[in-house]
Design a protein around this ligand. Structure first.
Ligand code: PEP
Length: 257
């Protein structure tokens, strides 16, 4: 399976800055076998960046979209509008769940809409610190996983990418802590166990599971070498070319081992 390195730029960079930054990354990054690199710029930058990027090197991901295809939904952008611009779309990011109050139903509709539209959803799941302290991690991961995947047919499961992102480890969260590789391994095992129990081992093995939460060039290798981790979703460090590039180099080294 490929290794995925996905940068989430969140609400950073103007369109001009995004374009300059992509230019810088394209100059540095060389395509590598078995490595898929994508960045998720702000929605307004997707159109110009889709013309600028070399998809063999860097693909684009949407940070957000609405699940309806068209209609009276002021301010929203649909998958059919994004179809020619992006290959991937984040769904269920904790900032969407907790700041914008997206429900499991919204997330489920979005996962299904992305698949209908030919865009691979990156379904983000992860427990908060309180849920972790109360020993609810497994229940939360299971609920978010199956809540998000409920409307996906078994044949379409291989289009889904799951990202485990413990909310307490996301660098922009106040008091964020670093998840130890052991913490991450436990949760990845939980995710894979439930996927296999519900969909069978063969289908489970085709679903990439990424890790995200304060990843940087110092800790990337430790997460990438965990069993059954197929890549990284990176926020803060993806905004700094040197760091993003260093993480990509680490991924290349680990992937080619
Ligand atoms: C994220 O918000 O998806 C994320 C992983 O952020 P960071 O890498 O900054 O913790």
């Amino acid at each position: 399976m490929k290794t995925f390195i996905v940068g989430n730029w969140k609400m950073n960079f103007t369109v001009g800055e995004s374009s300059l930054y992509l230019h810088k990354l394209l100059k540095r990054i060389k395509p590598a076998k078995n490595l898929e690199i994508a960045v998720a710029p702000s929605t307004i930058a997707l159109q110009p960046l889709s013309l600028q990027t070399d998809r063999k090197k860097i693909k684009l991901a949407a940070q957000n979209f609405y699940f309806r295809d068209y209609g009276a939904y002021t301010g929203e952008v649909s998958i059919s509008q994004l179809r020619s611009l992006v290959d991937y779309a984040l769904v269920g990011h904790s900032e969407r769940r907790y700041i914008f109050h997206e429900t499991d139903k919204d997330i489920r509709e979005k996962v299904a809409a992305a698949i209908r539209g030919g865009i691979r959803p990156i379904l983000c799941i992860g427990e908060t610190e309180t849920e972790r302290d109360f020993g609810e991690t497994e229940g939360v991961l299971k609920d978010q996983l199956f809540g998000g995947l409920q409307d996906v047919s078994e044949e379409d499961l291989n289009k889904v990418i799951v990202a485990y992102e413990p909310v307490w480890a996301i660098s922009s969260v106040k008091g964020a802590k670093l998840a130890s590789p052991d913490d991450v391994q436990k949760s990845i095992n939980i995710i894979r166990k439930h996927l296999a129990a519900k969909f069978g081992k063969e289908r489970e093995e085709k679903i990439p599971v990424l890790y995200g939460g304060s990843v940087n060039p110092q800790n990337a290798e430790a997460y990438l070498t965990l069993d059954d981790v197929n890549g990284l979703l990176i926020g803060g460090a993806s905004l700094i070319a040197d760091q993003f590039d260093d993480i990509i180099e680490i991924a290349k080294k680990v992937t080619n081992k």
